[in-house]
Design a protein around this ligand. Structure first.
Ligand code: AMP
Length: 477
């Protein structure tokens, strides 16, 4: 492993791809604010970098990018990658409090308001990053009650670009459907595959996805690769137009972010008999994805309900502890959480005499013909593809004036996925006041859809909060 060599290779590759594109007249990005061809993208990335240096000149500090599915957002990301500026993507679905919090935690003196196309002074003093050659920082839900900044090096991005171009069964010059917000690293699959395969990324805003004509727009754009969480695809099955007659170019589905179950694969096979279905797995801490596999008929015919997550990407390997925890080793592992030495000490591993970095995923799994993932060993859940620490919601509730006690439970469906989140509070506040207070500090998908007020929280015979009873109460009320 030679990080310097990888960093240089990434630099050379991006320069060639973005500044001397092979398909100059073809579309490169479509977003909510318009489209750009590859040659227009070349001009745009250079222009963005010049504006950055003129307006927000702190090259050692990260810059926060704030917007939602605009072409300009992708331009800013590509420009940061090309010119070595560490960026932090934050989507507008986050309340402005969270934006402020992230700017403060990252010591980011500016954020780029994508909609207004201006750099905004945050009032936070710039502090140079300790890590050099960081590509980006992604803030995920943190169990301590504050978001955690995952720092990804440029060597990891180079490793990922090469792999995604070769191993995800993407067609040449793919038209890539992206639904994920840029602050969710799933979006880096289509963003970086676009660079690896000289494709066209189609960015879909929340508003656009909610319209009846959304599938029509994918049809017109000739979308050929669908990248999403399984939950997102499930929702789309409700539309009868979601089939290969209406979307004849759709050749591959890539799923990541949560368990892919056989029921979804079966339905997709009926609707899209010729499309490939890929299952990919990986935490943000190991650069987007670490394993991938094409789901075959043989896998579908096996007795087990569990589908494999695949095999490891190059330059990485998986260790499985005797307790079954998956440990990822390799170039793709993060450089660490920003400013959280204790968390890094428990989650990050090193191997004496080697430059390898290891990451304890908290996922349980095993290896047979392929690798398999069976769920978590902590309070992290996935709801509609979003990663949520239940303990962060609890910590936020307990921080609110007027709440004395709070317990948050994910209510599970029989198949193991999350139905909804319920919170139980001992408080004189109303449920609406609690929801509104919470919505100021966490994204809307983390606000429990059900809040139940209690005089006291029930205890089980061991003196612990009786979560089983609370679960049952939430289901009937
Ligand atoms: P995130 O950091 O938001 O990408 O979430 C990473 C977590 O999502 C992993 O640690 C797993 O718990 C879960 N996950 C991601 N992909 C899969 C998959 N294909 N199958 C099962 N769980 C997955």
């Amino acid at each position: 492993m030679n990080p310097q060599h990888d960093i240089q290779s990434l630099q050379d590759y991006l320069r060639k791809t973005l500044l001397d594109p092979v398909r100059p007249g073809q579309l490169a990005i479509s977003g909510s604010d318009g489209e750009l061809t590859w040659s227009e993208l070349s001009v745009a990335v250079t222009g963005w970098m010049e504006r950055y240096h003129a307006s927000a000149p702190h090259p050692d500090a990260p810059v926060v990018l704030y917007g939602h599915q605009q072409t300009e957002f992708a331009v800013a990301i590509y420009s940061c990658l090309l010119y070595g500026i560490t960026y932090i993507p934050v989507d507008c679905i986050y309340p402005t409090e969270r934006l402020k919090e992230i700017c403060a935690l990252a010591h980011a003196p500016y954020y780029y308001d994508v909609l207004q196309r201006t750099f905004v002074h945050t009032g936070v003093a710039a502090k140079p990053l300790q890590e050099s050659h960081l590509a980006y920082m992604m803030f995920t839900s943190g169990s301590t009650g504050q978001p955690k900044g995952v720092q990804i090096g440029r060597e990891s991005v180079w490793n990922f670009i090469q792999w995604v171009g070769e191993s995800f069964s993407l067609p040449d010059a793919p038209v890539l459907m992206n639904h994920a917000v840029f602050s969710f690293d799933l979006s880096l699959i289509p963003l970086l595959a676009n660079l690896a395969k000289n494709g066209h990324i189609v960015l879909n805003s929340k508003e656009a996805i909610a319209t009846e004509s959304w599938l029509e727009s994918l049809h017109l754009k000739k979308v050929s690769a669908w990248i999403s969480t399984p939950s997102f695809a499930y929702q789309k099955l409700l539309s009868p137009q979601f089939n290969s007659e209406f979307l004849p170019d759709l050749a591959v589905f890539v799923f990541i972010g949560e368990v892919l179950n056989k029921a979804l694969v079966k339905q997709l096979r009926r609707r899209f008999p010729n499309a490939k279905i890929m299952n990919s797995y990986g935490p943000t801490e190991a650069t987007v994805a670490t394993t991938v596999v094409e789901i075959t008929d043989e896998m579908m015919a096996s007795e087990s309900d569990l589908l494999p997550i695949g095999t490891m990407m190059p330059h990485s390997f998986m260790d499985i502890t005797p307790e079954g925890e998956l440990i990822i080793w390799g170039k793709n592992v993060m450089r660490g959480y920003l400013g959280l030495p204790e968390e890094n000490a428990t989650k990050l591993l090193t191997r004496a005499g080697t430059p390898w970095r290891g990451y304890r995923t908290g996922d349980l799994g095993f290896s047979k013909d392929y690798l398999y993932c069976m769920g978590r060993n902590d309070s992290q859940i996935k709801l509609n593809g979003y990663r949520i620490e239940i303990s962060e919601i609890e910590a936020r509730l307990l921080n609110m004036d007027g709440i004395h006690e709070a317990v948050v439970l994910p209510l599970m469906k029989p198949g193991g996925s999350v139905l909804r989140i319920a919170a139980f509070c001992v408080s004189h506040l109303s449920t609406e006041e609690i929801k509104q207070g919470l919505a100021k500090v966490v994204p809307s998908y983390m606000v429990p859809s059900q809040i139940l007020l209690k005089d006291v929280l029930p205890l089980n015979p061991n003196g612990k909060i009786d979560r089983k009873l609370l679960d049952a109460q939430a289901r009937v009320s």
